[in-house]
Design a protein around this ligand. Structure first.
Ligand code: NAD
Ligand code: IPM
Ligand code: MN
Length: 338
């Protein structure tokens, strides 16, 4: 096997803590060529560009991208209204249309949100109508975009031995846009029903409640961009918070792996951020590289570390970022010599 080429982008804030720790874990598991590249708000302040062209090139040429987190200034802080977060640029430029966001607690909870990653309200077609003093945003739901994400979700269900796909929408109000998304879903579900995959659909508002009251009712959820963004943070709340939630952004050519969380300015620089979300994202990366055994070592090690209560403060512990990583590495080493 060729040595996988991994583009590493720390970004801002705790990205600078959790990504180097994750690279340390990866170095235990195999040979990788790491190519470090810059992006983020600090990068913007330094060089005037949140994501230099060079970074995009490196990302495109790599087998995978390991991404930390970036800070996005509020529009009231930075008057440049067209500022685009580098993660959005990467998703768009590399056409990473499927965002896989699993929620599991190694016990009784295990579902996956499949988030459409390129359109919806994220097309960033916003403008201000001066005359009428109205701000307007376009929300684009295409038949092409809906079909490929819905197909991705059903195929994911088949390949990962899942039983059901739920479409999450607001077609009762957004009758044209989410109406199209739901229509595509219902049409495609007929084919997958024959393969043993069940399907149903729920409104986004009710889903927000069900996720808290009865998350076990879900298996795979497929939804539009912004709904998926919001639901995945809510889902993280079920398993101890954002420090525990990994994700994969998948396109036909590239894969980008990142924690669901942001740069956490409230705790950045203290060395107490939870590295698990990023380490589990690396496990998703290893699965993508067909290094399934190594991915499993990571997940087992995380499970053990959590069970033994080797935890950072967000989970009620008092360990530092590097100490949790040490425990994970210890467990990986002991699994590897068995
Ligand atoms: P956040 O995810 O950074 O933090 C939310 C809360 O979760 C904070 O209390 C934080 O301390 C906690 N938290 C997050 N990750 C943690 C970890 N690994 N360990 C322990 N605690 C953790 O969200 P926010 O505060 O709303 O946003 C901060 C900045 O990050 C904003 O500029 C936002 O735009 C950006 N952001 C970036 C990404 C990304 O790069 N993909 C994702 C979300 C938010
Ligand atoms: C996420 C983040 C991003 C998003 C931001 C930072 C642009 O919140 O990955 O969930 O909205 O997709
Ligand atoms: Mn988000």
């Amino acid at each position: 096997r060729n040595t996988p080429k991994i583009c590493v982008i720390n970004g801002d804030g705790i990205g600078n803590e959790v990504v180097p720790e994750t690279v340390r874990v990866l170095n235990e598991l195999g040979d990788f060529e790491f190519i470090h590249a810059h992006a983020g708000y600090e990068c913007f302040k330094r060089c005037g560009d949140a994501i230099p062209e060079n970074t995009i090139e490196i990302a495109k040429e790599s087998d995978c991208i390991l991404f930390g987190s970036v800070t996005t200034p509020k529009p009231t802080e930075l008057k440049n209204k067209s500022y685009r977060s580098p993660i959005l640029t990467l998703r768009k430029e590399l056409d990473l249309y499927a965002n896989i966001r699993p929620t599991y607690n190694f016990d009784n909870l295990d579902f996956v949100i499949i988030r459409e990653n390129t359109e919806g309200l994220y097309v960033k077609k916003e403008y201000y109508d001066e005359k009428n003093e109205v701000a307007i945003a376009e929300r684009i739901i295409s038949k092409f975009g809906s079909s490929r994400i819905v197909k991705f979700a059903f195929d994911y269900a088949v390949q990962n031995n899942r039983k059901k796909v739920s479409c999450i929408h607001k077609a009762n109000v957004l009758r044209v846009t989410d109406g199209l998304f739901l229509e595509v879903f219902e049409e495609m579900s007929k084919h997958y029903e024959k393969l043993g995959i069940k399907s149903d659909d729920y409104l986004i508002d009710a889903t927000a409640m069900y996720l808290i009251r009865n998350p076990q009712m879900f298996d795979v959820l497929v939804t539009t961009n912004l709904f998926g963004d919001i639901l995945s943070d809510e889902a993280a709340g079920l398993i101890g918070g954002l420090g525990m939630s990994p994700s994969a952004n998948i396109g036909d050519k590239n894969g980008l792996f990142e924690p669901v969380h942001g740069s956490a300015p409230d705790i950045a620089g203290k060395g107490i951020s939870n590295p698990i979300a990023t380490i589990l994202s690396a496990a998703m990366m290893l699965d993508h590289l067909k290094m399934n055994k190594e991915a499993e070592y990571i997940r087992k090690a995380v499970k053990k570390t959590v069970e033994c209560k080797y935890l950072t403060p967000d989970l009620g512990g008092n360990l530092k970022t590097f100490e949790v990583t040490e425990k994970i590495i210890e467990s990986i080493r002991s699994q590897m010599i068995q």
